[in-house]
Design a protein around this ligand. Structure first.
Ligand code: AMP
Ligand code: ZN
Length: 111
């Protein structure tokens, strides 16, 4: 989608520090990390939020998260997965994305 920053990363129009890619999913390091490991996981198809994700897309994302957790060596230590949806949640990029946060003991709330 035009003017979507995450679609531009998918299309290699702007650089992304990519850590995982498959047919349906891309993952890259967050540009403003909130934890030692902060990875953004997105579907390659542009949808706005979880409200628009279907079962196939959701399964592909969960499968990618499992693989990333293994590759990043955070299966044992643990991690947090967050998705913001809409204004009150503070969603700033309107392309569905999941944050993976890890690498330190996370706070009781969000990070
Ligand atoms: P959210 O507040 O859930 O919409 O999160 C958007 C996230 O995308 C923020 O954590 C940003 O730091 C991150 N972000 C924005 N632009 C980029 C970019 N070009 N590369 C990597 N991460 C980005
Ligand atoms: Zn997009």
């Amino acid at each position: 989608m035009e003017n979507c920053i995450f679609c531009k990363i998918i299309n290699k129009e702007i650089p992304g520090d990519i850590v995982y890619e498959d047919e349906k999913v891309l993952a890259f390091k967050d540009i403003n990390p909130q934890a030692p490991i902060h990875i953004i996981v997105i579907p390659k198809k542009h949808v706005k939020s979880v409200l628009e994700a279907d079962g196939e897309m959701s399964a592909a994302i969960i499968n990618a998260i499992q693989k990333i957790a293994k590759e990043q060596n955070i299966e044992e230590t643990g991690f947090r997965v967050i998705t913001n949806c809409g204004k009150d949640a503070g969603q700033t990029v309107e392309h569905l994305h999941f944050h993976i946060l890890a690498g330190r003991t996370l706070g009781e709330k969000i990070v």
